[in-house]
Design a protein around this ligand. Structure first.
Ligand SMILES: [Zn+2]
Length: 563
């Protein structure tokens, strides 16, 4: 067995489910700050939100340990997890900056205990599966497991001056940024919620894929990220709405986590157009089901000092009679969204579609506030806006703007959790987060939402899928991990239907999960066949399948184009 080990460069770092009883892992914060700075900042501080540290530095350290303890109470490992931590000045300006980041320091593949072969694992999980510290050494060195660094300048005049870190442990952050929440998110990346793929180049460390990619599925091509070439990875990373997490535990958690009602613009007529994903507005009447239906009309205004085009709606509309009672479409640019939507509302529009003026997907939300706006509005991409305008040039276009009640916000129509797949790629954000359309908001969305409450929601199910809790499932020896969410009734191997019932074990895992593990682990067809042979012998020995069924699965494996 080959043991692989790889040190990660910092460039890779990213910006209640059923945890088993008695789970615990010891997560240690390793303070690497120097005297009188960061965690050692001696500036006196008053107790805040249950954080009794008497100095700024101690409060920072307390918040780190608090977040570490939350993860430690949920995960399970015999090997302590060391988080190399610092609070330092990071890149920042008055309007934008880095809050902090964390990631695995090392990754391992093909170590004893690895459930899936030939993929990288975050070192903390690799240690847990191996039952030993695969990277022993002194603290404060590369022998640590996760590196975390956070911005000590936040809230100073040159760094996002209007905000500040909230060091309290109670979540009552008010206008501040809740440090514990950001830590839970970043530690999540370091513990296993991240791939090691470069979405821009399609490259992978030493050419090997990873356990996160193993569950990342492109629903257009039907390929997992572990099965893709570099060019296929680059294309899939941009496939907004069509990259999902295909792991059993996450898929089972979706119904109790995400709410029905995903924002959508549906075209009633003509046929063949849409539907289009939309970014809902933060102002006006929220999108609802069944939504607002009407004919689309282009909003026209003067090209003047307020806005240089006749389609930006920065001035009062000049075709109010045509817009009244209709759904107005207008262009992003020059003035704020609330000004545009208010002008359309004043002209009598019943809803507004804002067409983006720059390429990219998915369409972001419309920001702004104006309590006098009462109609719903949302953004579509430049491409989708152009398609609607082209159809308008040919006749009437009737649409419904609202929520699709049949699809959960953050899931695909089949109920699998969507991954963040923006176009263009956002390094550190693409794929290694949930899709930001998720509702309610999730811990591992690309941006930290203010309403998060120190829970880890579906992150724990992702951790379960990748192997944090799979050593107690009672499945026969070997290959006992529960993989993906293939729920076909019979065992299908490489397109060949064996006809054998796809038995569900007490854990929810199926025979197909075990065959998938064989397929993933094998480096050639012979090894795959041998693995399936071993597996089916075990299943027969345990009385789960008959001799004939064993033969049927082995026969399929023999003819399957795997690997
Ligand atoms: Zn993140």
């Amino acid at each position: 067995m080959r043991t692989g080990r790889f040190f990660l460069s910092l460039g890779l770092l990213a910006a209640l489910a059923a945890a088993p009883a008695f789970a615990s892992a010891n997560i240690v914060i390793v303070n690497t700050d120097g005297p009188n700075e960061g965690f050692n900042d001696p500036t006196p501080a008053a107790p805040v939100g249950g954080n009794t540290g008497a100095t700024v530095g101690q409060q920072r350290l307390n918040a780190f340990q608090h977040a570490a303890n939350i993860w430690g109470s949920l995960l399970d490992s015999p090997v302590p997890i060391y988080i190399q931590s610092s609070f330092d000045p990071l890149s920042c300006s008055a309007t934008a900056g880095t809050l902090g980041a964390a990631g695995a320091i090392q990754i391992f593949a093909n170590f004893p205990g690895a459930e899936v072969q030939n993929v990288w694992y975050h070192v903390a999980l690799a240690n847990k599966l191996a039952g030993e510290d695969l990277a022993p050494g002194p603290t404060g060195s590369d022998a640590d497991d996760i590196v975390a660094f956070f911005n000590s300048n936040l809230g100073t005049p040159t760094c996002l001056a209007t905000t500040f870190w909230y060091y309290g442990l109670d979540g009552n952050h008010g206008a501040g940024i809740d440090l514990v929440t950001v830590l839970l998110h970043e530690f999540g990346h370091g513990l296993g919620f991240a791939n090691f793929v470069n979405e821009t180049t399609g490259g992978m460390p030493a050419g090997l894929s990873d356990i996160y990619a193993f569950y990342s599925l492109d629903t257009t091509t039907g390929k997992y990220w572990t099965q893709m070439t570099g060019p296929e990875i680059r294309a899939s990373a941009l496939n907004t709405n069509h990259v999902v997490w295909d792991g059993l535990h996450v898929t089972q958690a979706v119904p109790t986590t995400l709410a029905f009602g995903t924002p959508l613009l549906t075209v009633v007529s003509p046929s063949g157009l849409g539907p289009y994903r939309v970014g809902a507005a933060a102002f006006g009447t929220p999108l609802s089901a069944p939504g607002v239906t009407g004919d689309v009309v282009r909003a026209l205004d003067a090209a003047d000092a307020a806005g240089p085009t006749t389609s930006d709606a920065c001035s009062p509309l000049t075709n109010a009679a045509a817009v009244a009672g209709k759904i107005a479409i207008l262009d992003r640019g020059t003035c704020g969204f609330t000004i545009k939507v208010k002008n359309a509302q004043d002209a009598g529009a019943i809803a507004v579609i804002v067409a983006d003026n720059a390429p990219g997907s998915p369409p972001a939300a419309l920001g702004g506030a104006d309590p006098t706006i009462t109609i719903p509005s949302a953004r579509v991409t430049l491409g989708d806006g152009n398609a609607i305008k082209a159809a308008l040039a040919g006749g009437t276009v009737k649409v419904t703007l609202g929520l699709n009640p049949a699809v959960r916000a953050g899931a695909d129509p089949q109920g699998r959790a969507l991954l963040n797949a923006p176009n263009p790629v956002q390094p550190g954000s693409s794929i290694s987060h949930w899709d930001p359309i998720a509702s309610p908001n999730l811990l591992m969305e690309p941006a930290i939402n203010a309403d998060l409450t120190h829970g880890v929601d579906m992150t724990i199910d992702e951790m379960t899928d990748i192997g944090w809790f799979s050593d107690h499932d009672g499945v026969p020896d070997g290959l006992d991990s529960c993989l993906r969410s293939d729920q076909s009734a019979t065992v299908i191997v490489g397109g060949c239907n064996s006809g054998v019932p796809n038995t569900v074990f007490s854990t929810g895992c199926r025979i197909s999960d075990q065959v998938a593990a064989c397929a993933q682990g094998a480096t050639n067809h012979g090894k795959f066949v041998s693995c399936v042979s071993h597996l089916t012998n075990d299943l027969k020995k345990d009385g789960i399948i008959t001799s004939a069924q064993k033969g049927a699965i082995q026969s399929c494996a023999g003819g399957a184009p795997i690997p």
